[in-house]
Design a protein around this ligand. Sequence first.
Ligand SMILES: NC(=O)C1=CN([C@@H]2O[C@H](COP(=O)(O)OP(=O)(O)OC[C@H]3O[C@@H](n4cnc5c(N)ncnc54)[C@H](OP(=O)(O)O)[C@@H]3O)[C@@H](O)[C@H]2O)C=CC1
Ligand SMILES: N[C@@H](CC(=O)OP(=O)(O)O)C(=O)O
Length: 345
Amino acid sequence: MSIRVGILGATGAVGQRLVELLAPHPQFEVAVLTASESSAGHPYREAATWRLDAPIPDGIAAQTVVETDPSALPEDVSLLFSALPSDVGAQVEPAFCEAGYVVSSNASNERMATDVPLVIPELNADHLELLEVQRAERGWDGALVKNPNCSTITFVPTLAPLTDYGLERVHVATLQAVSGAGYDGVTSMEILDNAVPHIGGEAEKLETESRKLLGSIDGDRISHHDVTVSASVNRIPTLDGHLENVWVETAESISPDIVADAMTTYPGIDLPTAPDPFIEVLADPDRPQPRLDRRRGDGMAISVGGLDSTTTGGIQYNCLAHNTIRGAAGASVLNGELLVERGYV
Ligand SMILES: NC(=O)C1=CN([C@@H]2O[C@H](COP(=O)(O)OP(=O)(O)OC[C@H]3O[C@@H](n4cnc5c(N)ncnc54)[C@H](OP(=O)(O)O)[C@@H]3O)[C@@H](O)[C@H]2O)C=CC1
Ligand SMILES: N[C@@H](CC(=O)OP(=O)(O)O)C(=O)O
């Protein structure tokens, strides 16, 4: 029997990706779509300016959008996917959790809260144990789970296979697609024939979220990994797919072959939206590229290439993920599947 789910912020860029992924989903049925007051009461096809390159899925276009308020939801919905702006998420997500809903959220609010699991299922599914603490501390029947920032989720999976070698220092430089800023985020006059070497608040997210994701459960908290991460972020004129250059230093000396093997054999997870393989290591030195590789694993795989030794004894490589699928909507869906599999829904 399918689980009836809702999408908070269903009309936005990430909300539309959620609609695209959830409409044909084998476990979930989209029962309710929410947005702001101005969209509420309108059919989805009118409320959303649909911008994806496939039509609005059948059965969604005619659904009436409702307000983002727990009282507007049908009673038989238990799992919600949130694609709200973070300031709105901060205001309303706790009310849904208090009302008993389990919320798988892409918004950045509370990602670093000590009782909120920040999850990439292939890496740290065990961090869901924090939900017991969260429910006890906040008195919620529901729960709040977050996925990381889209640039964080692109490179942290490539570090997980290297933790066995004593991960010490990481430098990462991003080349981020314009879709990450949302439809109205950067104008064509700003970004065409250009690159912008600044994205507000982004570098700090890479530096802090990575250490929480790679951390381990320690009693009722996460003990963050002690790797130091230093990030530099850039916006470039690609549409989708964040490409990142990574330099890694480990305590134990490792060769590109060891790294390729560790990444290739790093296990995925058996969930409907999970890619297989999870990490694809490409041999051609000019890969991965956003246009050619962002759809690997239906947009859920992490691609790696250009593996080489550095002149300072470390390893360097490039990695890529689809920012609005693996980096946003797909990440939330995968977390939702994990929450169901682990019995939280
Ligand atoms: N764009 C991207 O690629 C990525 C975005 N993110 C994050 O995902 C979230 C959503 O981003 P994005 O889809 O680009 O944002 P959009 O602005 O495109 O969409 C925002 C959604 O939230 C709704 N909304 C806005 N204000 C309110 C309100 N006061 N009450 C209720 N609903 C409201 C909007 O409804 P309405 O249409 O009625 O205004 C819309 O459905 C953000 O937290 C963003 O930082 C993360 C990774 C990538
Ligand atoms: N800042 C990211 C997208 C984003 O919205 O990130 P976050 O989920 O951390 O707010 C980008 O520009 O590509």
